[in-house]
Ligand binder design. Structure first.
Ligand SMILES: CC(C)(COP(=O)(O)OP(=O)(O)OC[C@H]1O[C@@H](n2cnc3c(N)ncnc32)[C@H](O)[C@@H]1OP(=O)(O)O)[C@@H](O)C(=O)NCCC(=O)NCCS
Length: 150
C-alpha cells in the first residue's frame, strides 16, 4: 500500500537513498521533513510494512504563475524492485494528494545523465523546461528542470 511516511520508515528510506545515490538526507532531516507544513512524504510498503519505495517534496508558490506548485525533492525505489510499477504508483498517489491540496503543477530537477529517471518522468507527462548549469555536485553535473501540469 501507499501511505504517508512515518518515523519507523526512516532507516529503510535512508538505506534506499544511499543505495540509489540520491542526495543524502539524514534521519534528522526526515524527522523534520515529515513534520514540516506543506511537505508530502509517501511510502510504498510491502505486506509486512517494509519500505519498497518513497518520495518526498514540498508545496510552494510558482514564481511564474503565482499558483501552488509541488517541488519533488526525491523519489527512490529499492534497486531489486525497480521496473515493477512502484515508482509509478507513488507518482499517481502524489498527483491525488496534490489534487486534494489544490496544487496544479509538479516541478523537479534531475541529473542530465539519469536517463532512466528522465524516461520515467516523461512517461508520466513531465516535460523539460530548461537546463540548469552545474546544479549538482559530487560529481558536478547539469540538471534538467522538468514540470508537469495536473
Ligand atoms: C526512477 C525510479 C524512481 C522509477 O521507479 P520504478 O518503480 O523503477 O518505475 P516504474 O516501474 O514505475 O517504471 C515506469 C517507467 O519508467 C521507465 N523505467 C523504469 N525503469 C527503467 C529502466 N530500468 N530502464 C529504462 N526505463 C525505465 C520506463 O519508461 C517505465 O515504463 P515501462 O514499464 O512502461 O517501460 C527508479 O528507477 C529509481 O529509484 N531510480 C533511482 C533513483 C532516482 O534516480 N530517482 C530520481 C531522482 S531525480
Amino acid at each position: 500500500m501507499i501511505r504517508h511516511s512515518k518515523i519507523e520508515d526512516i532507516d529503510e528510506i535512508v538505506a534506499i537513498g544511499r543505495e540509489v545515490n540520491l542526495s543524502i538526507w539524514t534521519p534528522a532531516d526526515y524527522i523534520k521533513e515529515f513534520a514540516r507544513n506543506g511537505s508530502i512524504c509517501l511510502t510504498k510498503t510491502d505486506d509486512n510494512d517494509g519500505v519498497e519505495g518513497f518520495l518526498h517534496g514540498r508545496e510552494g508558490i510558482s514564481a511564474i504563475t503565482g499558483g501552488a506548485v509541488f517541488e519533488l525533492h526525491n523519489i527512490g525505489v529499492r534497486a531489486d524492485l525497480r521496473g515493477k510499477g512502484i515508482g509509478s504508483m507513488l507518482l499517481v498517489e502524489l498527483r491525488r494528494e496534490c489534487g486534494r491540496r489544490g496544487i496544479s503543477q509538479i516541478i523537479l530537477d534531475v541529473r542530465v545523465s539519469n536517463k532512466t529517471a528522465i524516461r520515467f518522468y516523461e512517461k508520466h507527462n513531465f516535460t523539460t523546461v530548461s537546463t540548469e548549469k552545474g546544479i549538482y555536485s559530487a560529481p558536478e553535473e547539469d540538471g534538467y528542470l522538468m514540470t508537469c501540469l495536473l
